[in-house]
Design a protein around this ligand. Sequence first.
Ligand SMILES: C[S@@+](CC[C@H](N)C(=O)[O-])C[C@H]1O[C@@H](n2cnc3c(N)ncnc32)[C@H](O)[C@@H]1O
Length: 272
Amino acid sequence: MANPEGLPSTVQPDLSSGPRLNQWWEIEVVGSLALEESLFWRLQEMGCQGMASQHIAEALSVKSYLPCYQIEEAELAPMATCLRQDAMALGEPPPQVTWRQIAEEDWAEDWKQYWHPQAVGERLLINPAWLPRPENTDRLVLQLNPGVAFGTGTHATTQLCLQALERQLQIDPSQSQIIADIGCGSGILAIAALLLGAQKAYGVDTDLLAVGAAQDSRQLNGLSTTQMIVASGSLETLAELLPGPVQGFCCKYFGPCDIGVDPAICKHHAAR
Ligand SMILES: C[S@@+](CC[C@H](N)C(=O)[O-])C[C@H]1O[C@@H](n2cnc3c(N)ncnc32)[C@H](O)[C@@H]1O
C-alpha cells in the first residue's frame, strides 16, 4: 500500500550540497502578452516550481523559480535560447530572459506582494494565508499558502478548473462525492472540492514540496486527514489509495497527459 503521507522512493536531492538546497534561480522572462501560455508550459517542463506573471502595459513579465541543486548556471543560457526559439516559432519577438540566484526566504517574500484575495466563479474566494481572513463575504474562503508549490489560483487554467468543479458539484450536490486531484500542487482544487461539498478528496503530486504545501493548506482550511488524503506519487499511488470509484478527477498539467489511457485510473472512474 502507498503511504499517504510518506516520502517517495524516487531520486532525492543531493543533501551534501548543503546551503544550495535553500538557493533558487529566479528566471525572469519579459515578452509579449501572447507568450503567456507557452512560457508557462515551457518553464514548467523545464522543472520550474513556482511562477508569477504580471502584465506591465503591453508586456508580460513571468518570474519562475528553479532550485539551484537541480541546475547549474551554465545550463540557464540554453534554456533562455529555447524560450526565445519558442517565441519565434509563434511569430512573436524573442523575449528578454534574465536570472539571478536568491535565497528561499527572499523567494517566499518577493512573490507574495503580487498575490491578493481573489474571487473565483460564483462561490469561492481564494485568500493568501498571510492576509486577514475576509469577514464580510458570502463566499467560501479558501485559505492558501502554496510555499514553493504551484497553485495560487491566479493562473487562468486553475480558475477554469475551479469553475468547472463548482458547476459539477452544483449539478450533483449530494454529500457523497469523492474527488481525486492528480498533480495537486498546493492542494487548491482538492480543497475547493471539499469546500464546495465533496465528501472526500485525494491529492497526489510527484513533487515533495507540493505534497508538503498541500498538507499545510489542508490544515489551514481546518480539513482533516480523513477528508483530504495527500500522497506523494502519481496515478499508481492514487490507484492504490482509492478504496473504490470516485465521482470526479481534477488534473491540470502543462505537459503531455496520458491519463485517459491509464487502466489503473479508468477502473476507478465512476460512470456518471
Ligand atoms: C500545473 S501544476 C497544477 C497545480 C494545481 N493542481 C493547480 O491547479 O494549480 C501541475 C502539478 O502537477 C505535478 N505533476 C507533474 N507531473 C505529475 C505526474 N506525472 N503525476 C503527479 N503529479 C504531477 C507537478 O509537480 C505540479 O505540482
